[in-house]
Design a protein around this ligand. Structure first.
Ligand code: NAD
Length: 508
């Protein structure tokens, strides 16, 4: 075949449907709260979790009210005092290793559940989310008996009960980022998944039962913002770990100020993905696609602002459009799907609203031509070109498959534009020259910087932000510091930047 136009080529090379079977799931029609090692009914009004791809109900979910939050925190406190704090680090580590192995054993089931409930493509939940969940537990299992050697001060001690609240974009992975270091450091946990994605956390609760984890060490309560609020404000928690929006993070910071609770906040981002004219363009285009269209752009560290050197702008944008025309949008459970469903109607409306603003403010909108399924929540990959630094879509987190394209002429201009944001979570640099990458990275105010790659995660590598992206680090020994008494904000972890190159990618 000589025709290389991706649109016409796809007519000849159409993929047959390849859906992953849901027969591996053993879902219950309804799920209770997981408190003190058992599933119990919540006292709030239950709610339904739905598939964002079909809008069909998956299961009925319990809603924790403040009395349930009290019960969960009491269970965590009792488990901390009676069992978990009395175990040796080596014994805690054995439980974590067991959990990691069970996650691997039930990996396919977890991946299917995650794609069903969240809408992300199965190839991502299967090849990225779930393997990283296992990697996180394996990694922190290894630390549990080595806390004295973590360089976090003498005799590091657990804080007690950790209250953890997580978002919907990487439901099980965010749970692992929070639960694994907390347990390794000797804390017990009450965690609340997001209201639109509770399913994988509830299957994880079954894994905890399988692992024979002592009752009350991990409690999983489902509910919406008011449940989260009651949890983080509970007087008997010692540590608050929150991942979510900057607005909620700010409210939590205010409410826990002066209480003595230790806090880490992992919030939003508006990352710059900087492409220099000496970059390998084909790789850079793949990196741009991975940077913003991975997980439908529901990624806090997404490369949502493409800063491209002016002299290669047309070439990069043309190649990017050609590449986007080959992406397949549709059933998240289909193994060939690249772009899944938007997680909720509410999020879809926000993406639409911000995109309309982008157009009104004068940016050039281009949308990949793809068929949108009749039911469910969908948004086709979209590029805004000629975006100015003051434009709303260059400043606010869209949290969807929407890329803003800006240009620069010199490295200094690239750095100034990249830093011109209230956020500071991540950034990407594409260049052939190592010295240029290091010099530019030095000038960027971002917690994580990828070089000639993007959106790579490794449990040994700390992750977190500057400015409105939050404070504290998750991952690595820095992630342990957030759950230990002896390590404070003055630890080497607090405001550091991680620079990753292709040679140091996640291989979990
Ligand atoms: P969100 O802030 O609306 O909700 C996050 C969680 O907080 C949910 O479980 C929610 O029920 C709970 N919550 C809501 N109001 C609360 C309150 N007043 N007190 C306590 N808990 C409350 O965010 P979201 O829409 O679920 O997630 C998207 C956001 O998360 C984006 O801004 C994204 O950038 C951010 N995020 C950040 C990271 C990171 O590591 N920095 C990772 C993933 C997502």
């Amino acid at each position: 075949m000589t025709d290389v136009n991706p649109q016409s080529a796809s007519r000849f090379l159409d993929y047959a449907p390849a859906p992953e079977s849901t027969s591996i799931l053993h879902l219950k029609p309804s799920y209770g709260l997981f408190i003190n090692g058992e599933f119990v009914d919540g006292h709030g009004d239950s709610f339904q979790t739905i598939s964002p791809a079909t809008e069909k109900t998956i299961a009925e979910i319990s809603n924790a009210d403040s009395s349930d939050v009290d019960a969960a925190v009491a269970a965590a406190r009792s488990a901390y005092t009676r069992t978990w704090s009395k175990l040796s680090g080596a014994d805690r580590g054995k439980y974590l290793f067991r959990i990691a192995r069970l996650v691997q054993e039930r990996a396919r089931e977890l991946a299917v559940a995650e794609s069903l409930d969240n809408g992300k493509p199965i190839k991502e939940s299967r090849d990225v989310d779930v393997p990283l969940v296992a990697a996180w537990f394996f990694y922190y299992a290894g630390w549990a008996d080595k806390l004295d050697y973590a360089g976090l001060g003498p005799n590091p001690r657990a804080l007690g009960v950790a209250a953890q609240v997580i978002p919907w974009n990487f439901p099980l992975l965010m749970l692992a980022w929070k639960v694994a270091p907390a347990l390794a450091a000797g804390n017990t946990v009450v965690i609340k998944p997001a209201e639109t994605t509770p399913l994988s956390a509830l299957i994880f609760a079954e894994i905890l039962q399988q692992a024979d984890l002592p009752a009350g060490v991990v409690n999983i309560i489902t509910g919406a913002g008011d449940t989260g609020e009651a949890l983080v404000n509970h007087p008997d928690v010692n540590k608050v770990a929150f991942t979510g929006s900057t607005a909620v993070g700010r409210a939590i910071a205010k409410s826990v100020a002066g209480t003595g609770k230790k806090v880490t906040l992992e919030l939003g981002g508006k990352a710059a993905n900087i492409v220099f004219d000496d970059a390998p363009i084909d790789q850079a285009v793949e990196g741009i696609v991975n940077g913003i269209f991975f997980n439908q752009g529901h990624v806090c560290c997404a490369g949502s602002r493409l800063l491209v050197q002016e002299n290669i702008h047309d070439e990069v944008v043309d190649r990017l459009k050609s590449r986007l025309m080959t992406l397949r949008l549709g059933d998240p459970l289909d193994k060939n799907t690249d772009i899944g469903a938007i997680n909720s109607r509410e999020q879809l409306e926000r993406i639409r609203e911000l995109s309309d603003i982008g157009e009104k403010e004068g940016a050039d909108r281009w949308t990949a031509p793809c068929a949108i399924p009749e039911n469910g929540f969908w948004f086709a990959p979209t590029i805004f070109d000629n975006v100015s630094t003051s434009s709303t879509i260059a400043r606010e987190e869209v949290f969807g498959p929407v890329l803003s394209v800006l240009t620069f002429r010199t490295p200094a201009e690239a750095i100034a534009k990249a830093n011109n944001t209230p956020y500071g979570l991540s950034a990407g640099i594409w260049s052939d020259k190592g010295s240029k990458i290091l010099a530019v990275a030095d000038g960027l105010r971002a917690g994580v910087i990828w070089a000639n790659t993007f959106n790579r995660f490794d449990p040994a590598s700390p992750f977190g932000g500057f400015k409105e992206s939050g404070y504290g680090r998750e991952g690595g020994r820095h992630g342990l510091a957030a759950y230990l008494e002896s390590a404070g904000w003055g630890s080497p972890a607090a405001g550091s930047t991680t620079v990753s190159t292709t040679r140091k990618q996640a291989s979990a």
